[in-house]
Design a protein around this ligand. Structure first.
Ligand SMILES: Cc1ncc(COP(=O)(O)O)c(C=O)c1O
Length: 471
């Protein structure tokens, strides 16, 4: 192929700020890539190009050499430079196709707004200790641990939990009666599927934990709402509504969402009746660790005659929600059906996090963390009382509570709880309307306010914003 005439590669004028070398390199490379200098075409001799553009020949030689080194030109002794038959771009991998647009996944809100009700103080969790334990235990796991776990959970963790329940919840149970689950939610689901039959009636506290009701419904059960008063579930009202349910769901330590404690005479009455009529009791003990005042009441499972009670416990509030570990303390007669179901759907829970948690409990770090959190949460509740008193006197009324991460505030301004929560959201405050937890037509003019996750400043700002929303 003939050598190109200089005008065949007419180069645009050099822009200001560019060196001659850079300009010549950029323009020749661009001409090659755009096909104006075709593959195999001979370039003019360096001397002629230098003359035509009135530049130093040395610069042209340097640029040709660089383009040759990069694979854009081929030079052969005596025949000048030609555009390479194959260009470096031929070898670059094709760009991956743009991923098809997908619906975005729900994620946790980046910022937790006051007064999100079920949030623990995550910033206070001793993550360094947890990380050290995780590293140590990962290294110490033998091949047997890598092969499989037990359907009921790791023996080390079940022993640690049985000891914890004995000491702090007054529950005498054997590690063999403990089944590790991913949290209260999974515990309730396994119980419902193993024990309930379509059409079975289940008493639920009203207002109550609607996500438990949803699980029982999905197992085919019919929900019987039973009102809650200052002493907890109204047993007499329950008997009137449905005298022979198959099961009763209770949050006796700290009723969700009203915060009341199920009174001892009612506990005994319910246990006695459940035993006589073979009624299963699901005791959801979800946040009883956070009792900061008053006498610690043992779990119902710890009372005499509690052979119909399954205690459902969780570490997801006491430690951190993403942990996903909890437990069931089961009556012997329910162990078999429950473990058969568990093996079928999941084999066993993941081994490593259970081993880490067992060490965390055994070494006393769990107890230390709980002690610290009890003090912190008591202080934060006190701060909330002061700020609500200051900003919302006559609008919100806080009851006395002795445990938990949240408090139901009574609305005194005539708003419904849903209206109030919507108005709060418009002022960047998250509160949950108690009407959301109503299982009947009963209305509850109250808002659930969390305090555990917020320091004094956040509480002050939240209370001021809430005052604007509710006044
Ligand atoms: C009353 C009650 N029980 C159980 C749970 C769920 O616990 P987990 O996260 O362990 O499944 C919650 C969560 O907020 C709750 O409020």
């Amino acid at each position: 192929m003939d050598q190109l005439k200089p005008h065949d590669i007419a180069l645009p004028t050099r822009p200001k700020g560019s060196t001659i070398t850079q300009w010549l390199y950029d323009e020749l490379r661009r001409a090659i890539l755009e096909g104006r200098l075709r593959r195999g075409a001979a370039l003019p001799p360096t001397r002629r190009l230098a003359q035509d553009y009135v530049i130093s020949r040395r610069i042209v030689v340097n640029v040709f050499n660089r383009l040759r080194d990069e694979g854009y030109l081929e030079t052969r002794a005596g025949s000048g430079a030609r555009v390479s038959a194959s260009l470096p771009e031929d070898y670059t991998p094709p760009r991956p196709p743009k991923p098809a647009a997908r619906p975005s996944l729900p994620t946790r809100p980046a910022r937790i707004r006051p007064f999100r009700p079920v949030e623990p103080a995550l910033a206070e969790f001793p993550i360094e200790t947890w990380a050290r334990l995780t590293a140590r235990i990962t290294k110490s796991l033998g091949l047997a641990h890598l092969a499989a776990g037990s359907p009921a959970g790791e023996p080390a963790l079940r022993e640690a939990i049985a000891a914890h329940l004995g000491a702090s919840r007054g529950v005498a149970c054997h590690p063999a009666q403990i089944v590790i689950v991913s949290g209260a939610q999974q515990g309730l689901d396994l119980l419902a599927r193993a024990l309930l039959r379509p059409g079975d009636k289940v008493w639920m506290e009203d207002p109550g934990y609607i996500e438990a009701a949803e699980i029982f419904r999905r197992a085919g059960a019919a929900i019987v709402p039973v009102p809650v008063d200052a002493d907890g579930l109204d047993f007499a009202a329950g008997l009137k509504a449905c005298p022979r349910p198959r099961a009763v769901y209770l949050t006796p330590a700290h009723q969700f969402p009203t915060g009341v404690t199920l009174a001892l005479p009612r506990r005994l009455e319910i246990l006695n009746w459940a035993r006589r009529h073979n009624v299963a009791i699901f005791e959801d003990d979800y946040d009883s660790e956070f009792r900061f005042s008053g006498r610690p009441l043992p779990a119902m499972k710890g009372l005499p005659g509690a052979d119909q009670v399954c205690l459902v416990g969780t570490f997801n509030k006491a430690l951190f929600p993403a942990l996903r570990l909890g437990y069931l303390a089961l009556p012997d007669q329910w162990l078999d059906p429950l473990l058969r179901l568990r093996s079928l759907v999941e084999r066993h829970p993941a081994v490593l996090p259970q081993q880490v948690l067992a060490a965390f409990i055994d070494q006393g770090q769990f107890a230390t963390h709980l002690r610290r959190m009890r003090r912190l949460y008591a202080d934060r509740l006190q701060a909330l009382r002061q700020e609500i008193g200051h900003h919302l006197e006559g609008v919100l009324e806080l009851p006395e509570i002795e445990a938990g991460l949240n408090i139901p505030a009574r609305l005194l301004n005539g708003m419904s709880s849903t209206e109030a929560a919507e108005s709060a959201a418009n002022h960047d405050v998250e509160v949950w309307p108690l009407d959301r937890f109503s299982l009947s037509r009963r209305r509850h003019p109250a808002l659930l306010l969390g305090f555990a996750a917020f320091d004094r400043r956040a509480i002050r700002r939240g209370a001021a914003a809430l005052a604007q929303a509710l006044r």
